[in-house]
Write a protein that binds this ligand. Sequence first.
Ligand SMILES: Cc1ncc(C[n+]2csc(CCOP(=O)(O)OP(=O)(O)O)c2C)c(N)n1
Ligand SMILES: [Mg+2]
Length: 343
Amino acid sequence: MAVATTHKPLTKAQLLHMLRQMLLIREFEDKTAEWYARGRIAGFVHLYNGQEACAVGVVAALEPQDILMSHYRDHGHALAKGAGTKEAMAELFGKETGLVKGKGGSMHFFDYQAGHWGGYAIVGGHLPLAVGVAFAYKYKKESRIVAVVMGDGTTPNGYFHESLNFAKLWEAPVIFIVENNLYGMGTALAVHSAVVEMTDKVCAYDIPAERVDGMDVVAVYEATRRAVEHVRDGKGPYFLELSTYRFRGHSMADPQRYRDKEEVAEWTHRDPILHMRQKLMEEGLLTEKAAKKMEDDVKREIEEAVRFAEASPAPPLEALTEDIYASPVSANPEAAIISTPSA
Ligand SMILES: Cc1ncc(C[n+]2csc(CCOP(=O)(O)OP(=O)(O)O)c2C)c(N)n1
Ligand SMILES: [Mg+2]
């Protein structure tokens, strides 16, 4: 469902900023792959190459006080929302200076100030949290909204349906965003979902829904603006499906046997960064020289982030028991013994 747009067109500065953000995320991801291969980044890592227009377009339409929550493919969302490249890279390196003190790693980025509230590894697990946060803003009469991002593979999940139901019942100020990259791990959309049209799924909850070209950052921005206006006006939740594609494997350990080279090539041809770069040049808003300078600046920023991450200290041993819910095991070993009920 498309709704009329009433806002002003994007300025040159905003458009250039969007291009730079996408370049920054791409470079961050490429360097992450490089340092993962060198054995300096460990654990599960899911890269965002190809999907940059989604995070950047969405965030451009939000206000700084709004919250973005995302799944484990979260580097792009965190950076787009304003997390520092240094702190993000340090998190991947498991360092004390990282976004969550080096304890979360790739799947658990979190920046309270920037409003990127996770980074969640459990598929769909963050959706009820997002609805809860959004409802709290409505309850407290704050003009803040929540945008929550997931993959297509999340939409058959129970959390998805429960969250949409409650969001609608409570008219919570939340935008559900599916980055449909056509696969959940190595399983194609038509194999994992009985209904492949996301908007058909959502009509069961009477939530307005749009499908958008997720390779076009301006289209994503425009659609998110419509969603933001609806949600902030107190009209309840909104749903966006962004059609996109990941250029790399599901995670760093994926031989990609489930998709053929032609399909990958076809989507790579629609690279959101090249698309935007070319569009800005055609409109006379960007020169080859300015584009080169922007690319060099971004490369320098990410190189500095890597240097910062490398030079940062590992978390101290005491940090092991900080920021956790459970108390450390008592110094008295008998106190830690769990009694078994007698027969
Ligand atoms: C509850 C749960 N079940 C299974 C997994 C294993 N798993 C990790 S990623 C993934 C696929 C999710 O695909 P999608 O939502 O499309 O996101 P994408 O990776 O494509 O961005 C699965 C099944 C998990 N992390 N959590
Ligand atoms: Mg997917």
